[in-house]
Design a protein around this ligand. Structure first.
Ligand code: NAD
Ligand code: MG
Length: 382
């Protein structure tokens, strides 16, 4: 890789991507984020990118003044963010924006012929057909950063010439509420939901892990990345987050990828692919780990995964609808406006109101986004 464009640079994945850039000595061509002026200023001073952008226009104006002494050009708004992914010189664009806000930058970076290192699973979930068709047309590679998908991608490198793939098996940590019943979940709080057992991540995905909606998003993400049917994607709960996912061949042989739960490993592999480089990642000592445990998912207490599966089977705009309804419900839960247990219900009710179509455009997806956010807020008031 010659240079990196990094979108979402101030978040959990963004900061860890810069750790990787530092260890591997990658040149950073652009940095973009939402509104965190101080964090982006510090990153600009260390990495000296040609371009930086903040989605929030006021914050961008502030940043521009603060870094006026550097050679970095500061851009603003959705256009500025998209330019950092598509117009800057990096040959790889790592998209670590959270939510559907990542869709347009993904599409524009593909349009500009950039290799995509994708952490922003929501772009594949909401615009799967648009993203994969554009990538095929431009012969652009989409390299997964999500740990499960990186694991599957790594396992698939050992595929025979006839592929002979039977099943993908995604592992799920089960989140902080593993083993709880629906009734137990009635009174859980935000701080309970933010206590993830194995990963330290941004708040939105941490809540999605607690509801298991995250695993539903990952089923849809795997569907688009690996060209398999929905029925070929299974999920197993694995508490220790050491086995990052598995693949099964037609002869029932199973391959897995293992490592400590540290996102810098899948980030680095996406950025050095097809090569591997040494990493500061802790070596895996299975004797020290001792025990790996596996359980079937509990779809009754955690219905979100099945909501996503149903949306994937229905196709068209339905995955976008459930994703966007979830983004709003997830936010309202974090704001203390709805209960944890109500999240799946709001998603189901809001998404049932869309007019679906198979052949959608980016504008159709953004219209569904606006509709779902409005619908969920209306349902809360009812
Ligand atoms: P985060 O909330 O920590 O960071 C999000 C970043 O996106 C921040 O830099 C924020 O400023 C930026 N951002 C938000 N809205 C923006 C906008 N409109 N334009 C530009 N930038 C914007 O989130 P995260 O945990 O780093 O997750 C990022 C993505 O990676 C998500 O899609 C998540 O599902 C995925 N992911 C995260 C992890 C993890 O370990 N954190 C693991 C796998 C996948
Ligand atoms: Mg994941």
């Amino acid at each position: 890789m010659k240079g990196l464009n990094l979108l979402g640079s101030t978040g959990s994945i963004g900061v860890q991507s810069l750790d990787v850039a530092r260890t591997c000595g990658f040149r950073v061509e652009s940095l973009a984020a939402g509104s965190d002026v101080a964090a982006l200023e510090a990153q600009i001073r260390e990495f000296r990118p040609a371009y930086a952008a903040l989605f929030n226009e006021e914050a961008a104006a502030d940043l521009k003044v603060r870094v006026a002494d550097t050679s970095t050009r500061v851009l603003a708004g959705a256009d500025g963010v998209a330019f950092c992914g598509a117009g800057a010189d990096g040959d790889v664009t790592l998209n670590a924006i959270v939510g559907i806000a990542g869709l347009r930058p993904t599409l524009e970076a593909i349009g500009a012929g950039k290799t995509i290192a994708l952490a922003n699973k929501e772009s594949l979930v909401t615009g799967g057909r648009l993203v994969t068709e554009a990538a095929a047309r431009r012969r652009v590679k989409i390299l997964p950063v999500d740990s499960e998908h990186s694991a599957i991608f790594q396992c698939l490198l050992a595929s025979p010439p006839n592929r002979a793939l039977k099943r993908l098996i995604l592992t799920a940590s089960g989140g902080p509420f593993f083993g709880k019943t629906r009734r137990d979940l009635e009174n859980v709080t935000l701080s309970d939901a933010l206590k993830h057992p194995s990963w330290s991540m941004g708040q939105k995905i941490t809540i999605d892990s607690a509801t298991m909606f995250n695993k539903g998003l990952e089923i849809i993400e795997a569907y688009w990345l690996f060209d398999v049917a929905e029925e070929q994607i299974d999920v197993v709960v694995h508490r220790e987050s050491i086995v990052h996912s598995l693949i099964e061949f037609t002869d029932n042989s199973v391959l897995a990828q293992l490592g400590h739960p540290d996102m810098r490993l899948p980030i680095q592999f996406a950025l050095t692919y097809p090569e591997r480089r040494p990493s500061p990642e802790k070596q895996l000592d299975l004797g020290e780990v001792g025990k790996l445990t596996f359980f079937p998912p509990d779809n009754e207490a955690f219905p979100c995964m099945e909501i996503c599966r149903a949306a994937l089977r229905e196709g068209g705009l339905m995955p976008a609808a459930v994703n966007c309804a979830n983004e709003e419900a997830n936010l309202l839960f974090r704001q203390g406006k709805i209960r944890f247990i109500d999240i799946p219900d709001f998603i189901r009710r809001a998404s049932s109101s869309i007019e679906n179509k198979a052949d959608y455009t980016p504008d159709d997806v953004f219209a569904v986004d606006a509709l779902m956010r409005r619908r969920v807020r209306e349902l809360v008031k009812e």
